[in-house]
Ligand binder design. Structure first.
Ligand code: ZN
Length: 220
């Protein structure tokens, strides 16, 4: 369809099903063109996991990326997933190069309660929309408080030993995949679970990183 006709068709749809941009609230598409620009990924290494594996992230978690990620995760705005999936794919590709060798993707699992509340698993959904496949490796082994409500030290304690592997993982290498990295406590806990099952974490990739902690202070 030519772009103008396509735009007109979308506008006609918007009259029937009014949509607000998940980034700025403008009456537009799921993500308006201005917000799409703010979601163009810039995948770079922003820290390391405790085991030394690099963490690659595509976006700073503030402004538009934060608004769109929150809308996607907490308000059911799956229509806004496409640019996020693109950003995650970009981070995974750079992480896979850093990982130097064959790797599988391992998504950080969300709790069953969170998946039930949302009706979907946000990171799995982004991986799928990015055209990638993840191995089912980790499961949540105990309930934890929401990380975003905690300070750095409390985050470490909150997620320690909160994951376990479903199977032995000897000889397998992974790129951990998550939506947001803040202190890296969750990635560290996941990496520890993989290591204790005999696997190796070669890199980690996230859609976004929290800039309130300076990159050099991110241990993981
Ligand atoms: Zn917008």
């Amino acid at each position: 369809m030519p772009p103008l006709v396509r735009a007109a068709a979308l506008d006609a749809l918007a009259v029937l099903f009014p949509v607000e941009c998940a980034g700025c609230g403008a009456p537009d598409r799921a993500v308006c063109s201005g917000c799409r620009l703010a979601l163009v990924p810039n995948a770079r290494r922003i820290g390391v996991v405790d085991c030394g594996a690099p963490i690659v992230s595509a976006l700073r978690y503030d402004g538009v990326p934060r608004a769109v990620l929150l809308a996607f995760k907490e308000s059911g705005r799956t229509d806004a997933a496409k640019p996020l999936a693109l950003a995650l794919r970009c981070a995974i590709e750079v992480a896979a190069v850093d990982a130097a060798g064959a790797v599988e993707l391992c998504v950080i699992p969300s709790s069953r309660a969170a998946a039930r509340r949302r009706g979907y698993r946000p990171v799995d959904e982004l991986v799928r929309r990015a055209g990638l496949r993840a191995a089912r490796v980790l499961q949540v082994s105990r309930a934890t408080a929401q990380q975003k409500s905690l300070g750095r030290d409390a985050r470490e304690g909150n997620v320690r030993e909160s994951f376990r592997s479903r199977h032995p993982l000897h000889g397998r290498r992974f790129v951990l995949v998550d939506d947001i990295v803040t202190t890296g406590a969750t990635l560290n806990a996941a990496a520890a679970a993989i290591a204790s099952a005999g696997g190796v974490v070669a890199a980690a990739a996230t859609v976004a990183f929290t800039p309130r902690i300076r990159p050099e202070n991110i241990r993981a």
